[in-house]
Ligand binder design. Sequence first.
Ligand SMILES: [Fe+2]
Ligand SMILES: [Fe+2]
Length: 205
Amino acid sequence: MSRLVPLFELNDKVKFVEEFARTTMGDDPCHGWPHVERVAAYAERIAESIEGVDYEVLAIATLLHDIGRFYQTNLHHAITSSKVAEVLLRGLNYDDEFIEKVSHAIIAHSFSLGVEAKTIEAKILSDADKLDAMGAIGIFRVIYTSGMKKRGFSDSIHHFEEKILKLKEKLYLPQSKRIAGELHRRVELYVAWLRDEMNSLGYYM
Ligand SMILES: [Fe+2]
Ligand SMILES: [Fe+2]
């Protein structure tokens, strides 16, 4: 399952970075290439009604924001991603200002690093990344990850409540908040159903 992403069709350099990211990241549905495609779809939707977006910065930052997950380092994946981006973009003759904008957006997308997004491209990427962790897709991602990590019901519910249901508070832009309303409600409903069924069987969590 793959789709044409208009954001990645901007020019030949962006297409080159797209090919690099696609082949490096593989098909893990949660954090691999499919995640990048979905984040791009949300980013395109958010950016539609915003003036002055640098689409090349947005495209490259979206493509490379999680690439660091695929390198063995002791650093946070967003830091590794920004280092990979810097080397790659220098090789493609991008200037310092462009690289700095991409790097900032990559670092600021991370929930755990806590760096505030200062540019419109960083805000769009951060919001789009969070929207992909919400809604029915977000529910799929939590359950899939719980399976991989052998995490049970109560830890999964804890993850929904401590992380996923707090994501809407981390959004920057009104356009993203509008999309997030329904997605948040779906997760809330699912967690309520899960609790309800478990409680009815005598598991109070
Ligand atoms: Fe990330
Ligand atoms: Fe991501």
